[in-house]
Design a protein around this ligand. Structure first.
Ligand code: GLA
Length: 388
């Protein structure tokens, strides 16, 4: 955790509010495998990383919330009686406050300064970090006794109701439950997880940011969820025992193919296969077989691109460059919702610089955009931080 970031946020809080705050840290997440699976109740393998928001917070003493976003150099004040979906970052925090209000447990407003080092729009789920960190801070500040899963679910509510993204639970869960040097294998039906120690020795985890975010993101995301629901509805008519795509086998799906139409069928088949891959990946990571995991990551990418149709030219280009050097980049795929953001890569430490240079040159020549590289370490989930 960057001590200088905590120091800066704490100092800013003291200058603005003339009192001492409590400090909380909320990480971004990566996902190794299991994409677009959480809302189908399958398995996913995310991890919290060493990019985060720091929150400095204290009670305001009345029903007002006075919040300053250091990254945007922008402050907002509002009453707890006036929580409505609005603009950008404040949406997420208002959504969180609304979730607390609905439970009837909030004891008052807050003064808060927050800021961080999570690149926004890069698909590392800064929004989940924002909601989970703020929710955790409120819970601690007012001693409300909520558990981590409840806060993750309230953060998901905030995204649904205030940001209009019908997301699954993966990002919020990873942010709350992540552990150092480990990924987690999350069962999105039971909402339980296994901690998987992730000990790369000769390789590192490298995110490559396409620096593009195609605008169809939110609507296309919601639309993929609908496609899964339509497919599920058709399978259910024949197989009443089925609850989600998690329960659907290839045989069941092929049996209903003619009733579904090509587009729905292809998307549902991707989901069934990706759930399978994530479970296999769980076994491989337990054996520290990263080459095996990497192979599944490549397969997942081309499924996301060609079948689920959530990739884009820039992401596909980066994965193709990785695939040309498979001895150096043992796994690569788009990460998160899609339509831009980052690829996640497992790269040989020895060959990392050469690979980055190739990517920099070829990506720039093709798209006239400088890609950005982030080396990430697996870190612990939301936690309080001693004052600096
Ligand atoms: C976004 C959503 C998650 C998940 C991923 C795709 O990050 O917030 O719930 O669905 O996309 O795996």
């Amino acid at each position: 955790m960057s001590a200088s970031l905590s120091f800066k946020i704490e100092k800013d809080f003291i200058t603005r509010f003339q009192k001492k705050p409590s400090l909380f840290v909320a990480p971004a997440r990566i996902n190794l495998i299991g994409e677009h699976i959480d809302y189908n109740e399958g398995f996913v393998m995310p991890a919290a990383i060493d990019r985060h928001f720091v929150f400095a917070i204290n009670a305001s003493g009345n029903d007002k919330c006075n919040i300053y976003a250091d990254d945007f150099k922008e402050g907002v004040s509002f009453s707890l009686n006036d929580l409505n979906p609005g603009e950008a970052w404040i949406n997420y925090l208002m959504g969180m406050l609304d979730a607390f209000q609905r439970k009837g447990i909030l004891k008052g407003g807050v003064d808060c300064v927050f800021g961080g080092n999570i690149p926004s729009g890069a698909g590392m789920s800064s929004s989940a970090a924002l909601c989970c960190g703020f929710g955790f801070a409120l819970n601690q500040l007012y001693d409300l006794g909520l558990d981590r899963l409840t806060i993750a679910q309230m953060a998901q509510y905030s995204e649904h109701e205030f940001a209009g993204v019908n997301c699954g639970i993966m990002d919020q869960y990873a942010c709350m439950f992540g552990e150092e040097h480990s990924a987690i294998l999350l069962d999105c039906r039971k909402l339980t997880h296994e901690v998987l120690p992730f000990k790369l020795i000769d390789h590192s985890l490298l995110l490559i940011d396409t620096k593009v975010k195609h605008s169809l993101g939110t609507s296309a995301y919601n639309n993929r969820r609908e496609a899964c629901e339509i497919g599920l509805g058709i399978v259910k008519k024949k197989h009443v025992e089925v609850i989600s795509l998690r329960d659907v086998t290839r045989v069941m799906l092929y049996g209903q193919q003619d009733k579904m139409g090509e587009e729905i069928f292809v998307k549902c088949l991707f989901v069934v296969e990706e759930i399978d891959r994530a479970q296999k990946a769980g076994v491989l990571v337990k054996q520290q077989d990263f080459a095996g995991l990497g192979e599944l990551m490549y397969q997942a990418h081309w499924g996301l691109s060609q079948a689920y149709d959530v990739s884009c030219e820039e992401l596909d280009f980066l994965v193709m460059l990785a695939e040309e050097d498979k001895n150096a980049v043992i796994g690569s795929r788009m990460m998160g919702g899609g339509f831009g953001g980052c690829t996640i890569n497992i790269v040989s430490k020895q060959q990392e610089e050469v690979f980055k240079e190739k990517v920099r040159q070829k990506y720039f020549t093709t798209f006239k955009i400088e890609p950005e590289f982030y080396s990430v370490k697996l870190s612990k989930g939301v936690h309080s931080e001693p004052r600096t």
